[in-house]
Design a binder for this molecule. Structure first.
Ligand code: HT7
Ligand code: ZN
Length: 852
């Protein structure tokens, strides 16, 4: 397959300032007529090359006349043109109902919709499908009125009318030039939850969340989140919405979370629909975050887009940083930071340490869809956050103002963004730019030594080798740190921001009156792994006294991790320090419940594995279960008190009520882990009595991990109650795939044959295959059955939906981290995938790179 390289970027040969599209919509056969006004870019004689994927031209005209001499080259339409400006018209026919890839124009539950990012537009019509070609769009759609009464596209509605034979039409114009990946249309039998928003300059914007009639009652939360996002972007970034309407449509079949098409966002329904009976607090939070994320793209992505796909993090990293800041402002900023760091460690750190590691600005790709990764999104957001930390909030805002003003209406680069930070921030970011070019998670060792009333802190950094990058240069690491007195618990001076730029650096603290304890990387100021010479007593002390909530959480996690890693190595069960630290946190009246709940959860099996040279999934599971059991038993009274003290008797979506539900679910888990006789009944009573999905699913998960006969009863009651609700059925599959029981592999293989299971719906595929492959113990079962099962499923899925299949492949690629037997079994499955006839380039790229 063809490798695309960043260094080969060339400006386009032809611009397309205007495009008129005419869709005659029909699920089986849709006619697409496109009229492109093209202008030659510079002095060259190259023909117009329009990308196409699976299209056959029914007609090609130039300036109104049937064109001569055009040809097809690998699916692309090549049209020789003589002058500097022409109108090129094409006509094609496509079949949305046969589009199982869900790229381009496709059908989902009777709705016709589009997904064009990254390269789906070329499956709809011939066009220069690259993000630096910006055009003004006029779109006309005609469709059967009974089946598709609502016709939506980007921009503002211009006109609509009746056609012949029960058909009707609508026309939409988008005045803002945009790349074709932001094109969208939707046709369906939809209803809207409508609202309006008055912008900072006093314009009224009509808002609509479009869904099928039965789902209308589940759209209030998304609409409220949209209004909050619009107000937040004005207040925090000075960014105002620019069209008269903003529409969101929810569809059930979607390869990703959502899509920021100009004025017409299309969403995976799981990020729109919520009511207390069907959505958990996690779902509610994710909806608000994703609605905000897509809305924020209107400026960071749409008004300023990417010059080429290597710059993807320009829009995605910045927009994730913006949505994280938004969500932090809506509730507990500390808990939000903990969640974001946990997510980074769960998905980005392993990616950075594995065969698919790539820089935030990659150098090459085969299939761009494979690069919508945690590195581009989440590490990219951390890179923006570090610039925010280095500049401070005021200068950072001046820098984003400059960026928005200077690059509005253009396709920009990561370099353009950093240059604005440098210029407005008055800082030199030359060395900092390595965050865009070097892959791999930096490691920092921090050793604090006392000598004669002085403390000497030695900091050393290194960046591990990654594929294609064996030698690394030192990075700029912004490390927030502070010292605390071990006896008095008092802060010894203010927090400092240290910019570590060298391989090694030393800091000296003078006139210390007591033994200091180091608090470092406070707030997770740099996305790095920190190793320190702190003792268990130091960590326990920080977990109780640090005044930075993230550092407090981190100290507890480190204490737990050190304990677990030691147990895995020695089989020992020296749990006393962790038990006391958890007791202190659990009983500290100054802490809020949401924070306590985060702080007392043990690191995941996978994260424990990430600390080991060779991952031993069974030993990790045993060590973690033993610690859970001891915590459950030793703190039995405290867990009961936390459980009983947090009974919410009427559902409310507020930070306090969410915190209560979270601690309740964590406490229930520990009560069950202790082996308490009444635990299954307690869980079952919570399951049957719950007035919300958070409590119901929390209880179901606890039962699903256990051996009680109530497990089957709860699972089948859940299935019966929600059998017609796809999003909740996903939870049913996922809960079983994540179970810690011995028989999870067999259960999951049986579920793949369940009548409600289908690979055609990405959410369903992810709920079973995706969840199972992150269940470290079950997936890595010594029999190798887990690997075989996942590979079988991915080979089948690749035929239907290559993007979704390729996204689920990385867990199989982590073979180097496991023992020789498991590693060989994983490699054998990767080889089987690579050898599959007709394999997509999506899966080929992921699997072949994973074999290296
Ligand atoms: N910008 C959107 C990316 C996206 C996407 C990428 C590949 C394949 C399908 C996709 N659907 C949406 C989503 C976002 O980051 O906001
Ligand atoms: Zn995005």
């Amino acid at each position: 397959p063809h490798v695309i390289r960043r260094e080969d970027y060339r400006a386009p040969d032809w611009w397309v300032p205007e495009i008129a599209l005419d869709f005659d919509l029909d699920p089986a056969a849709t006619r697409v007529r496109a009229a492109l006004s093209v202008t030659r870019n510079g002095d060259h004689a190259r023909p117009l090359v329009l990308d196409g994927d699976g299209l056959t031209p029914l007609s090609v005209k130039v300036d109104g006349v049937e064109a001569q001499g055009w040809s097809l080259n690998g699916g692309n339409l090549v049209v020789p043109l003589g002058g500097g400006a022409h109108v090129v018209e094409t006509e094609v026919e496509i079949a949305p109902e046969r589009n199982t890839q869900l790229e381009g124009l496709y059908a989902s539950g009777g709705i016709l919709c589009t997904q064009c990012e990254a390269e789906g537009f070329r499956r709809i019509t011939f066009f220069p499908d690259r993000p630096d070609v910006l055009s003004r769009y006029k779109v006309r759609m005609t469709a059967d009125k009974a089946r598709f009464p609502v016709l939506l596209a980007n921009g503002d509605p211009i006109a609509q009318g009746e056609g012949e034979g029960g058909r009707h039409w609508a026309e939409w114009h988008d005045p803002f030039p945009k790349p074709c990946y932001l094109f969208a249309l939707v046709a369906g039998d939809l209803v809207a939850n409508t609202g309006s928003f008055r912008t900072m300059s006093g314009r009224d914007v009509q808002l609509g969340i479009w869904v099928r009639q039965p789902d209308l009652a589940k759209t209030d939360h998304a609409l409220a989140a949209l209004k909050l996002s619009m107000a937040w972007d004005e207040k925090v970034y000075g960014r105002e919405y620019d069209l008269d309407v903003f529409n969101i449509v929810a569809v059930d079949d979607f390869n990703f979370g959502a899509m920021e098409n100009k004025g017409l966002n299309v969403f995976n329904s799981r990020y729109i629909l919520a009511d207390p009976d069907t959505a958990t607090d996690y779902d509610y939070d994710a909806i608000a975050t994703v609605v905000a994320h897509e809305y924020f793209h209107n400026w960071s992505g749409n008004r300023i887009t990417c010059r080429d796909w290597f710059q993807l993090s320009l829009k995605e990293g910045f927009t994730v940083f913006r949505d994280q800041s938004f969500s932090a402002d809506q509730g507990s900023a500390a808990v939000k930071r903990i969640e974001d760091v946990r997510g980074l460690r769960a998905s980005q750190f392993p990616e950075d340490a594995g065969p698919l590691a790539h820089p935030v600005r990659p150098d090459e790709y085969i299939e761009i869809s494979n690069f919508y990764t945690a590195t581009i999104y989440n590490k990219g957001a951390e890179v923006i956050r570090m610039m925010h930390t280095i500049l401070g909030p005021t200068k950072f805002r001046e820098a984003t103002d400059l960026y928005f003003e200077r690059f509005d209406g253009t396709a920009a680069t990561c370099e353009d963004f950093v240059a604005c930070m440098e210029e407005a921030g008055g800082v030199d970011l030359e060395q900092f730019r390595r965050w865009y070019t070097q892959a791999g998670t930096p490691r920092v060792s921090a050793d604090l030594a006392m000598d004669n009333g002085k403390a000497r802190l030695t900091l050393r950094q290194s960046v591990p080798a990654t594929p294609g990058q064996s030698v690394k240069e030192p990075m700029v690491l912004p490390l927030k740190l502070k010292l605390f007195g071990a006896e008095t618990g008092r802060a010894m001076g203010d927090e400092q921001l240290v910019l570590l730029k060298e391989d090694t650096s030393e800091l000296v603290f003078e006139n210390l009156t007591e033994q200091p304890v180091l608090s470092i990387n406070r707030g997770f100021s740099a996305p790095v792994v920190v190793e320190t010479n702190r003792t268990a007593a130091d960590l326990a002390f920080l977990s109780a006294h640090d005044d930075d909530p993230f550092a407090r959480y981190e100290a507890m996690q480190q204490l737990m991790l050190d304990t677990l890693v030691a147990s895995v190595a020695s089989g020992g069960t020296d749990h006393g320090a962790v038990i006391e630290a958890v007791r202190n946190t659990l009983t500290d009246p100054a802490l809020d419940r949401a924070f306590i709940a985060e702080a007392v959860v043990l690191p995941s099996d996978s994260f424990i594995g990430d600390q080991m040279a060779v991952v031993d999934p069974d030993a990790i599971f045993r060590a973690r279960e033993a610690l859970r059991r001891d915590l459950g038993t030793a703190l039995g009274d405290q867990w009961r008190a936390a459980y009983e003290g947090s009974i919410a008797n009427r559902f409310e979506y507020s930070p306090a009520a969410k915190g209560a539900r979270r601690i309740r679910s964590v406490a229930l888990g520990y009560i069950a882990a202790s082996g308490a006789q009444d635990a299954p009944q307690l869980a079952f009573d919570q399951f049957t009595g719950a007035d919300n999905m958070t409590d119901r699913q929390g209880a179901l998960s606890t039962l699903a991990n256990g051996q009680s006969p109530l497990r089957e009863q709860a699972l089948s009651a859940f299935y019966d109650r929600y059998r017609s609700n796809g999003l909740v059925l996903d939870k049913w599959f996922q809960t079983q795939a994540l179970s810690s029981r011995d028989d999870t592999g067999e259960v999951v293989r049986a579920l793949a044959a369940h009548p409600a299971f289908t690979l055609a719906n990405p959410n369903r595929a992810r709920s079973l295959i995706g969840a199972f492959s992150v269940n470290q113990r079950a997936f890595h079962h010594a029999s190798g059955e887990g690997y075989r099962f996942v590979a079988d499923q991915l080979i089948a899925l690749d035929k239907l939906n290559p993007q979704t299949a390729a996204k689920l492949l990385p867990p199989l690629g982590r073979w180097k981290r496991f023992d020789a037997r498991r590693g060989a079994a994983m490699r054998a499955e990767l080889e089987r995938i690579v050898a599959t006839p007709g394999l997509s380039k999506d899966s080929f790229e992921q699997a072949s790179k994973s074999l290296d």
